[in-house]
Structure formats: structure tokens, C-alpha cells
Design a protein around this ligand. Structure first.
Ligand code: HEM
Length: 540
């Protein structure tokens, strides 16, 4: 494969970083004319729509790239934004600022700064910006993920955490167990026992989808051909592409919000798609409950039961369910997909994991939840995949609800705060030789990521994939269990190998904010006869 050699994760000579940086500097160099024309046109606008650069007490906003009039630094962030942000982190430091249109962002590239702002000062840095497309158009002012730090968010977060607590996740174990077995069986069948190359992506997508539809609506799909699989994955992907932290300029240039753009149409269509699909399931559940039918326990049923007490309207329920379906499907599926794309290049790592599995679990049964503590190498592989291939390099930004001065640097109220996790995950002071895929770096880290998020020293946290502070992902527990069951069982069942002549591209990815690998195929050779035997009774 062309991008990986000797276990080293190295960028090609015309790397996205170089392209982004070259594009940035070329743009800056050749943009004198654009500057002159647009500066004249925009100077008055500038003064009008940009926040103050200092607090009048000698504290200025953090330094950062100058950007262009009107669009700010947007031009440099349309492709591989994480690499451009990393380049600027090296130039401007752990806390720097950028402008996108009229919006000031500060970019946090260091674990200590992340903790100081988002955890220690969580009372200031736990809100969300009401972005025009994401919050106002797609979520119509609802939805836990996009809601500002207010009572509506507290209510939705309370309902969500009830459904995502450790106790709740324990009750989903049979679902997570079943779906991971169904995934392994589907891969086994499609690969015809190792003879036919397989793209595991749709199977991983259906596995995550089934977990979320069962938790949210109490049903599952029975094959990757089920129409909901394509529909749900399309909605999630469109959501990620329209609403990522830096996905569209309409959010940051108020003038664009007043004229019809294709992004408005996409936002409205997406809103309708989410409400029709997920709101439709809730209405169906409510109708069945009213007619006295027994309805399986699920989030939708709970919402219908408490709707009066919690003053939830139809839109609240549809959007909260959508947040589960968006937050919980593309994310866990992406980790399974990155694992499947990456691991074939590392036969020696697979072998080591499989030796551990044979020794601890044996070949007479598949690994289970309780085995994780005794399988440190398999546990470490997952953490390393998450470090190297966080599906959300920029997370979900927070916003400051007050003016704040951090180490002499002024962060005005309404500034958007982005965790630059690419830089944090590739910091050589925390992770030696960060470019190397090396599960051994986590071999002495038995913590779950949920526990690791609470370690006192932020330099010791495993990774920042789930965000930070009061808005940290409430789905961590279910996500970790789901990922454990699927990945440990794939390692137990298959030798995963590259198809000769079909290199797997790990640099490109699909998605503007949530990332998954571009389509690929791998070989999946069952490791022993018990694979077929133990999967015999599993239903897909
Ligand atoms: C690998 C899997 C996952 C990843 C990488 C992930 C990542 C994230 C991130 C980065 C955030 C923003 C955190 C912050 O603001 O600091 C978030 C929030 C959220 N996630 Fe996840 N997530 C995953 C799985 C899940 C699952 C399974 C669910 C279940 C429904 C879920 C539901 C949510 C919700 C509802 C929020 C919004 C929380 C709020 O704004 O208060 N996530 N997630």
C-alpha cells in the first residue's frame, strides 16, 4: 500500500498538509488584488460585524492567521481542515484565533488549555453557537447537540443520560451482543468463508444503526438492503456535511443568510427528512401506545410517557431522537470502518491480538464484555485506532457565554471554541512517534475512555475523541461497549488482509466533519473451524 510503510503513518509527498498550506500561502500571495477590491467594499462591514479585538484592559484576542475580508480563513479550511489547523498551531501556539466570516474562533491545541477552559471553567465554555444552518434550520432551535447552555438543554441532557447511563447500557447488552454477532456473521457470509473480498462499511453502518434504532425506537433492520439503512446513513452523512464546525460559509456571513443559497435548501430538506423519518417512528409508537398495544421499552416510548411532565412537543421528540440517530450511528460505525481499513496493513499486530485472544478466551467461544479487562492488547488496539482516526477531528465546538481572560489572552463572549484534536492526538510530548500506529503505547492504560476523561492530569487522558467538559459525549459508555464487542470479535474470527492490487487509502476520507474511510475491500479469512460453527445459529 502506498501510504503506509514499515508501520509508519506518513503523509505522501504531495500531502494534504502541503496542499492546504500551499493553497493557503498561494492564496495569500496572489490575493493582493482581491484584498484591495474587497477591503474597500468591506471595511465598513468589518467594523460593523466583528467583535472587539481587545477588552480595553490591555488583553487582546489570541494571535492567529489574518484571513481575508468577509470570509476570514474559511478558504484554507475547506479540505483537510485539521492539517491546516495543525500548521497554524505550530505557528501561533496552543491557543490561537481565526475568523470565519464575522465569527471569531479560538482553537485549542493542548490538553492543559482544553481542561482549563472546558472543564475548570465549564460555567463559561459549555454553550453552543446557534448556527444558522445547524441550529436554526436543521434542528429548528431544538436538539441536545446544538442547544445553548440553557434549561432546554438541561432537560434534554437529563433524558438522554437516563438512556445512556451505565445501568441503561447494561440493559442493552443483549442488543449490543446480538448486533456484533450479526455483523461478524454478515461479514463471514459475504466473504464466503474468506474467498470473496468484502467492503465492511455498510455492515458496520447497519450494526451501529441497529443498536441505535433498538435503543431509540425498539426495532432493528434485517439486512443492509433494508431501505432504512440507506436512508439513515444518508441523513447522518448529509447532517455531518452541512453542519460541521467549518462546513459552510452561510453560518458565518450574515448577508448570505438573507439570500437563498443551495445550503438553505439542503438545510430545510434535511430538517424535513429527520422529522419525517424519526418523528414518524415516534408518532407510530404513540399511536400504538394509545391503542393499548404493548410497545418495547425505548427512548421514544419514554419521551411519549413523560411528554406532558417535561413539556416536550412533537418537534422536541423528533429532534432528540434524531440527535441519537446522528450522534450514535456514523460515529461508532466510523471507528469499526477505520479499524477494518487500517488493521490489514499490520499482520503482526493482528497476530499479537489473536495470541492474546486464544490464550485468554480460547477458540470455543467469542470474547465478551467481561473479557475486556483481561485483554489489554485488544483494548489498546481500539484506543490507538481512536487516537489515529478520530472520526471528528474538530469535535462539536463550544461557545463562551461571557468575556474571559485566559493567561492574558482575551476570549470575548460568543467566541466559538474548537478542540483541535488532530494536533492533540499527534503531540509527541504525549504520544512518542505519533505518526506510528502502535497499540503498545496504551498497553498500561486499563481505563475506559469515559474514566480516562476524568483523570486529574489531562496529559494522561487517552484521547479527546469524545470532547470535554459538561457537553462531553453522553453516549461514551454505549459507544465503547459496542466498539469493544465488534472489534474484539472481528479479531477473534478473522485474519484480515489487503487484497493484492487494491491499496487502501487512509489519507482521503468521506465527510466534511464526521469522517469515514473512502470505500475499500479487504479479505476476511476465518481463523478456525469454530467460527462457522459458533455463528451457525446467529440470525443476521
Ligand atoms: C465513537 C463514537 C462517538 C464519538 C466519537 C462521539 C463524539 C462526540 C463528540 C465529540 C461530542 C461533542 C462533545 C463536546 O461538546 O465536547 C458528542 C456529543 C454528543 N454525543 Fe457523541 N460520540 C459518539 C457516540 C455517541 C453515541 C453512541 C451516542 C448515543 C446516542 C452519542 C450521543 C451524543 C449526544 C446526544 C451529544 C450531544 C451532547 C451535548 O451537547 O450535551 N454519541 N459526541
Amino acid at each position: 500500500m502506498d501510504l503506509i510503510s514499515n508501520n509508519t503513518y506518513a503523509f505522501p509527498s504531495s500531502s494534504p498538509l502541503e496542499i492546504a498550506v500551499k493553497a493557503g500561502s498561494l492564496f495569500e500571495a496572489s490575493s493582493t488584488a482581491i484584498w484591495t477590491i474587497s477591503a474597500l467594499a468591506s471595511v465598513s462591514l468589518f467594523a460593523w460585524f466583528r467583535a472587539p479585538w481587545n477588552d480595553g484592559k490591555g488583553h487582546s484576542i489570541p494571535k492567529g492567521p489574518r484571513g481575508l475580508p468577509i470570509v476570514g480563513s474559511f478558504y484554507a479550511l475547506t479540505r483537510f481542515p485539521e492539517l491546516t489547523l495543525d500548521f497554524w498551531a505550530k505557528k501561533f501556539g496552543d491557543l490561537y484565533s481565526i475568523w470565519l466570516g464575522n465569527q471569531l474562533f479560538v482553537i485549542v491545541s493542548d490538553p492543559n488549555v482544553a481542561k482549563d477552559l472546558m472543564v475548570t471553567n465549564g460555567n463559561v465554555f459549555s454553550s453552543r453557537k446557534e448556527m444558522y444552518i445547524k441550529s436554526q434550520t436543521v434542528f429548528a432551535g431544538r436538539g441536545i447537540t446544538a442547544t445553548p447552555y440553557n434549561d432546554r438543554w438541561r432537560k434534554h441532557r437529563r433524558i438522554a443520560t437516563t438512556w445512556l447511563s451505565q445501568r441503561a447500557v447494561d440493559t442493552y447488552s443483549p442488543t449490543l451482543d446480538r448486533e456484533s454477532l450479526s455483523l461478524v456473521k454478515a461479514l463471514f457470509e459475504e466473504s464466503k468463508g474468506g474467498l470473496v473480498p468484502v467492503n465492511p462499511q455498510p455492515h458496520a453502518g447497519r450494526c451501529s444503526l441497529n443498536n441505535m434504532t433498538t435503543i431509540t425506537f425498539g426495532f432493528r433492520t434485517d439486512s443492509i438492503e433494508h431501505p432504512l439503512v440507506a436512508q439513515a446513513l444518508k441523513l447522518s452523512r448529509e447532517f455531518m456535511n452541512c453542519t460541521g464546525p467549518m462546513s459552510n460559509l452561510v453560518d458565518f456571513v450574515p448577508l448570505l443568510q438573507r439570500i437563498p443559497t443551495p445550503m438553505h435548501q439542503r438545510g430545510k430538506k434535511l430538517h424535513k427528512g429527520l422529522v419525517d423519518t424519526y418523528g414518524g417512528f415516534i408518532q407510530d409508537i404513540e399511536r400504538r401506545m394509545k391503542s393499548g398495544e404493548q410497545v418495547t421499552d425505548c427512548l421514544a416510548k419514554t419521551m411519549v410517557e413523560v411528554r406532558k411532565k417535561e413539556s416536550l412537543d412533537d418537534l422536541d421528540m423528533a429532534i432528540l431522537a434524531s440527535a441519537f440517530m446522528i450522534g450514535g450511528v456514523e460515529t461508532t460505525a466510523a471507528i469499526m470502518q477505520w479499524f477494518s481499513a487500517l488493521i490489514p496493513a499490520y499482520p503482526e499486530i493482528q497476530k499479537k491480538a489473536q495470541e492474546e485472544l486464544d490464550r485468554v478466551v480460547g477458540r470455543g467461544r467469542l470474547p465478551d464484555v467481561d473479557d475486556e479487562k483481561n485483554l489489554p492488547y485488544c483494548h489498546a488496539i481500539i484506543k490507538e485506532v481512536e487516537r489515529v482516526h478520530n472520526p471528528f477531528w474538530l469535535g462539536t465546538p463550544h461557545v463562551a457565554t461571557d468575556d474571559f481572560v485566559y493567561k492574558g489572552q482575551y476570549i470575548p463572549k460568543d467566541t466559538v471554541v474548537v478542540l483541535n484534536t488532530w494536533t492533540m492526538h499527534n503531540d509527541s510530548t504525549r504520544h512518542s512517534n505519533p505518526e506510528k500506529f502502535n497499540p503498545d503505547r496504551y498497553i498500561n492504560d486499563p481505563l475506559t475512555s469515559a474514566d480516562s476523561a476524568n483523570v486529574a492530569n489531562p496529559m494522561e487522558r487517552d484521547h479527546w475523541m469524545f470532547g470535554a467538559g459538561r457537553r462531553i459525549c453522553p453516549g461514551m459508555l454505549v459507544a465503547e461497549r459496542e466498539i469493544w464487542l465488534t472489534i474484539s470479535r472481528m479479531l477473534w474470527a478473522f485474519d484480515m488482509y489487503e487484497i493484492p492490487g487494491e491499496p487502501i487509502d487512509l489519507k482521503e476520507y468521506d465527510g466534511l466533519s464526521g469522517r469515514s474511510p473512502v470505500p475499500f475491500r479487504i479479505g476476511l479469512k476465518p481463523r478456525h473451524d469454530n467460527v462457522a460453527k459458533l455463528l451457525e445459529k446467529v440470525d443476521i
